[in-house]
Design a binder for this molecule. Sequence first.
Ligand code: KG4
Ligand code: ZN
Length: 332
Amino acid sequence: MTILAIESSCDETSAAILSDGQMLSNVIATQLIHEQYGGVVPELASRAHQQHILPVVERALSDAKVAKTDLSAIAFTRGPGLLGSLLVGTSFAKAMALGLAIPLIEVNHMQAHVLAHFIEDPKPAFPFLCLTVSGGHTQIIRVDGPLDMVVIGQTQDDAVGEAFDKSAKLLGLPYPGGPLIDKYARDGNPLAYRFPMGDMPELNFSFSGIKTAILYFLRDNTKANPDFIAQHLPDICASIQHTLVQMLLTKLKRAARETGIREIAIAGGVSANSGLRTALTTLGTELVWNVYIPRFEYCTDNAAMIAIAARFKYEQGEFTPQTVSPIPRMSF
Ligand code: KG4
Ligand code: ZN
């Protein structure tokens, strides 16, 4: 069984080939055009996907040394994501599947982030909890089976990735700022400044308050000292990162306590954050959890995770009709 998977939900055009359990290629073209605008511009993203998709798919096939005629199915991200971006991947997958007369498999992008843990060992055992943290989502998911997941907590406003990116923007850093906060935080003191963590009920999150707190904190300090940011960038980044990571881990601890589950995974772009990875590993040792952290290339958007999710669907015989269209706000 050989699957070609296509991911185009946001600003990464990606294609991967999974053949008999082996991920033979995972090609990712990142759109750099958005940097100058300080965020993803949906129309530019759609156009860039149009330009990249054929070369990316051809490269994935050639890296894997697989011919189009060897493919058993074509998988694609149906949602959630930007409509224009999803349409490019969906239409391409439909046309190619039609041309080759092979089945189509739709994949939910957030489910795929969770299933990225099944690309390679060690794989979590069911049931496990997955903290899925990206630019668009912040969820705690109870995963009872490969295609059997329930969201047990989520953000009520901004995603944690957005909190990283918006904080970075306030510091004058380019988009996406999350990785840059991570980089500067390495040389800073995480306890230099304190920001409010808020108090959301149950397993829910809110990240809009901390963004406003950072805005006022920077405004007050730069009024007193115009060079405040430049002089204290590592301490500011470390303190912001520490606060965001603690907010995530507080709810994850609660979820583990309430469900009694000790198999704990993280997924999504923000799981590339070194502060989160280190803090989770330490917490896991302390609370005797089995912690699963994906390799960096499988944290941010990629088609390998779409391919692995599609394999589970292929095994269940879950195929998608040619009349399918994307769902930008797709839930589980
Ligand atoms: O999963 P992803 O690639 O795309 C979405 O589906 O949203 O996640 C992108 C998000 C962005 O907000 C980006 O700033 C954040 O992940 N991110 C990070 C790091 N690497 C990526 N945030 C903090 N630290 C990082 N190292
Ligand atoms: Zn994503």
